[in-house]
Design a protein around this ligand. Sequence first.
Ligand code: CA
Length: 281
Amino acid sequence: MKLAVHGVSDRGLVRPHNEDCLLVEPDRGLFAVADGMGGHAAGEVASRLAIEAVREVFEEIPEEGDEVIARIQAAIERANRNIAERILSQPECRGMGTTLVMCVTRDDRFWVAHVGDSRAYLLRGDAIRQLTTDHSFVNELVRLGMLSREEAARDPRRNVVTRALGSGAPVAPDIYEDRWRAGDRLLLCSDGLNTMVGDDEILRIVREAGDDVGRAVDELVAAALAGGGEDNVTVVLAAMVPRAETDEQDDQPEDTGVIEPPEPAERPLARPDGEDAPADC
Ligand code: CA
């Protein structure tokens, strides 16, 4: 078995900037999605700082599970601190922050950690399961029985996160641990996917793409755009696939490392909101 990972980020059809950032490093067993927030493109800075922190802390993946968990906490702390320090040195970045969802894999084990409302889904057998609980205001209301899931999806407060990186105050990630099974798919995404595409549709698209994770990712992003593309959409899909006897040479995927979202000039905005001044931070 080998791990195949593919990731794509798209600005969507409405937002002037792409404030998401992603990391795809299948050889290291590391991938992540961060969804930045903050006016005038400061969100781009925050999400990038978070992804860089993950990359620095996980130069290699430790063998011991306890050490992996300690490193996850260290990465979260470093990301939080780096963003808070940037805000102090550049007050125009005030208010910026980011979510983070990340996966670390070592041999047949994997760990998923998150802060905020970016999600991880495990697709195993015929089922899709959300591994993460959104750290969001509307999800709290759902949990308390004050809002249905359908109401939450339409609620104007749905973008309000209750946990994020950037304040500098201590932030605890939720951490999930499991072992890979043959055929598993693990999906990380920003809310630009799951607010536009339902879980059943995600499952259908991934299953129909078979072992072609690149196709699945492209079709998921296309589905988010077809659904309205109201937000930046970032999707990273990992699969445990059979290792073909002949594929030793072409194991290396085209896109690895920190993937810069493409320049937004190719497609006009469906609804320009004028907030297009780039941040200096
Ligand atoms: Ca978002």
